[in-house]
Design a protein around this ligand. Sequence first.
Ligand code: GMT
Length: 381
Amino acid sequence: MKIAIVCYPTFGGSGVVATELGIALANRGHEIHFVTYKQPVRLDLLNANIHFHEVHVPEYALFQYQPYELALSSKLVDTVKMYGIEVLHVHYAIPHAYAGYMAKQMLAAQGIHIPMITTLHGTDITLVGKHPFYKTAVTFSINQSDVVTAVSESLRKDTLSLFEIEKEIEVIPNFIDTTKYKPSFTDCQRSLMAADGELIVTHISNFRKVKRIPDVIAVFYKIQQQLPAKLLMVGEGPEREKAEIQCEQLGITDKVIFLGNSNEINKILCFSDLFLLPSESESFGLAALEAMVNEVPVISSNTGGIPEVNIHGETGYLSPVGAVEEMANNAISILKDPHVLSQFKKRAALMAQDFDLLKILPLYEEVYEKAYASRDSLSTS
Ligand code: GMT
């Protein structure tokens, strides 16, 4: 099929999922057109089935805010017409579902009827989308989508309770290409980051408030009091500077390495022993899944969709949001015994197999087929 994918091109989870999905679909013979304002960070264009269309928003002095939705919907109309796109798949409701709806309407006025699938990712519902300033438009654009999917059961429930939704929401969990995660011995150089005998604890995120970065540091502080360990902080965001100050105040700067944004997540996870994800809210927790596939157990909060991925006492431990002491004790109980650690590692990797690309991709293909088959009803509605 010819599919246009709209997503954020940044390091955030929704962009990563959309990009990996597009690549996997292209590998299965679909023609994929990414439409966004920058080449997505994980997108390798060396594939005859992958195309990237950049949305330009020219600066104009009159505008305090540049009208991105307008430029995006125009670009979508042009791309659909030029390449004969059959299905439009937008990731993250704001503003993509809204711009997609406008594109659909403009195309319909020209006799072209194209189905739109909206995938909800989390903050587009639980944090930003529910804000009164956006809620009306978000509700409208979800209801106007032909198919709506959510990345976890928890997000499906949250969407239904926070918005007046008239559509069914199908759960298609996030996925991972497990074949990509076979670290060769030479790739996995833990000596780059830690001395012999030191454990490696890792956190990866966009360092926003919702990730509770101070809890990451507080949990690690308690771990390093009991066991020799290093903390790798991967990512960039508004909470990073405060985190560096917190480490300084606690006197642990020599044990915490801030790596910034990285394209080498698998190399980092390959030598990690434990992953921390104490988020305030998390619709799925793709970073936890990426850790698990790399045999890294997860200490997390029990919020949102995380319990659908991280299984308490099996692949790691779950605690209430903010329960730093409990998280640290759980972490120590895993890390202090090499046998226990290796059991958790094995079970984490095994659980990750449930989210293998080969299991999840057909669910999206089914959705595309169904949406495409319904296009005749679109022309009469
Ligand atoms: O919170 C982030 O890390 C970014 C955000 C995004 O949309 O880019 O992530 C959301 O979507 C991810 C992919 O579906 C999920 O794995 C994350 O759990 C979700 N984040 C939150 O719900 C806070």
